[in-house]
Write a protein that binds this ligand. Structure first.
Ligand code: B12
Length: 315
């Protein structure tokens, strides 16, 4: 943490605000640096920075500083990728035994969501997700709130055989939240991105996260959802001519690369074919297929396709 901690000057430069503004936010709203090394000035941790970014964004959008600070203080803690990985390989039981969902080093919002999930409290689950979406947006909500909890549910299920009811209820609440968020963003224009799960693939939540993130970025998409047979996928591509297709496979069992080859051979071949998800093996992908590492990268690639289409239209 010490290596990642920042001085007030560095934070002010990153956020584009004055150091005096940071001081005010600290004194009035408690959004100060939390890292303390004896004999040194206090320093801002990645969590402090994430909260200040929310503060800056909301105040810039006209939210009152007191209200913005309230949202910022509730924001989920950012979770570095290596911490996510560590949280997945922790031995079962270290996070409090069979009656809890392990969330590794994820923040208080993820722990609250895990507790609500264990109580099967759909209203609290939905409220926590909705608040995180409002405060931090889709990518942060997925990476720092939902993924830790989903991975924790999966890990706990793998070791105990239980929590299937929790997994189903949380999945349902996540789907609803992303659908509502996409509807609220309501981008207009033709859907240039096609999202589909591989044949027999039931894990659609990451694609739903991608859809909501695309909508948030102003992109329209068409979602085919879970378990799409390859003939149906090719039919959809032929009929709608999308610029990009994202095919999700969560497990090796559904990652048959001939599905990707079929897309590349379709009469209206998409500009970009993305093989997304941990099911795909890089060494079996047909040439010309791109494999995004995470949600943020998948969004960037889709935005790049949209921009290049816009440019070629304008040219
Ligand atoms: C929710 C869930 C379900 C739900 C899915 C609901 C839905 N609408 O999606 C339901 C109940 C349907 C389900 C069913 C099954 N499931 Co399930 N499920 C899960 C769970 C808990 C979360 C899935 C999820 O959304 N993960 C998304 C995130 C959380 O995954 P991640 O690993 O962090 O993501 C990585 C990458 O994908 C990438 N990434 C993350 N997000 C994004 C987004 C984009 C766009 C991109 C490009 C990349 C990207 O970054 C991460 C780092 O590598 C997982 C646990 C887990 N660890 O994933 C089990 C899990 C995937 N399921 C599992 C199993 C076994 C099953 C079943 C076979 C169970 C059964 N016997 O019936 C079935 C059917 C599977 C099938 N044929 O599709 C196993 C898979 C084991 C394996 N590797 O083969 C897991 C890992 C649970 C476990 N530990 O045993 N499941």
């Amino acid at each position: 943490m010490v290596d990642e901690a920042l001085s007030a000057g560095a934070v002010a430069r990153r956020l584009g605000v004055a150091v005096t503004t940071l001081r005010t936010w600290h004194q009035r709203y408690g959004l100060g640096p939390s890292e303390h090394i004896p004999g040194h000035h206090r320093r801002y941790t990645p969590t402090d920075l994430a909260r200040l970014e929310i503060m800056r964004r909301l105040t810039a959008e006209g939210v009152s500083p007191a209200e913005a600070a309230r949202w910022a203080r509730q924001a989920p803690e950012p979770m570095p990728a290596d911490a996510v990985a560590r949280s997945r390989i922790r031995p079962p039981g270290r996070d409090g035994g069979g009656g809890t969902i392990p969330v590794g080093r994820a923040g208080p919002a993820a722990r609250g969501l895990a507790r609500a999930a264990m109580r099967l409290d759909a209203a609290a689950i939905s409220e926590t997700i909705a608040r995180a979406l409002t405060v931090g947006g889709v990518v942060a909500t997925w990476d720092h709130l939902l993924r830790p909890v989903l991975v924790g549910i999966g890990d706990r299920h793998a070791t105990t055989g239980g929590l299937i009811e929790v997994e189903h209820l949380v999945s349902r609440c996540v789907s609803e939240a992303f659908a509502a968020s996409s509807r609220a963003a309501a981008p207009s224009g033709p859907a240039r991105i096609l999202l589909s799960c591989a044949d027999e693939e039931q894990h659609s939540l990451p694609l739903e996260a991608l859809g909501a993130a695309l909508a948030e970025a102003g992109l329209t998409y068409r979602m085919l959802g879970a378990r799409v047979p390859v003939a149906a996928l090719v039919e959809a591509v032929t009929r709608t001519g999308p610029a990009a297709v994202v095919l999700w496979s969560h497990t090796r069992a559904t990652a048959d690369p001939t599905q990707l080859s079929a897309l590349l051979a379709a009469p209206r071949r998409p500009l970009l074919v993305l093989a997304a998800g941990p099911g795909w093996r890089a060494d079996t992908l047909p040439a010309g297929v791109v494999r995004p590492a995470d949600l943020a990268e998948a969004v960037s690639l889709a935005v790049a396709v949209r921009d290049s289409l816009d440019q070629s239209r304008g040219a």
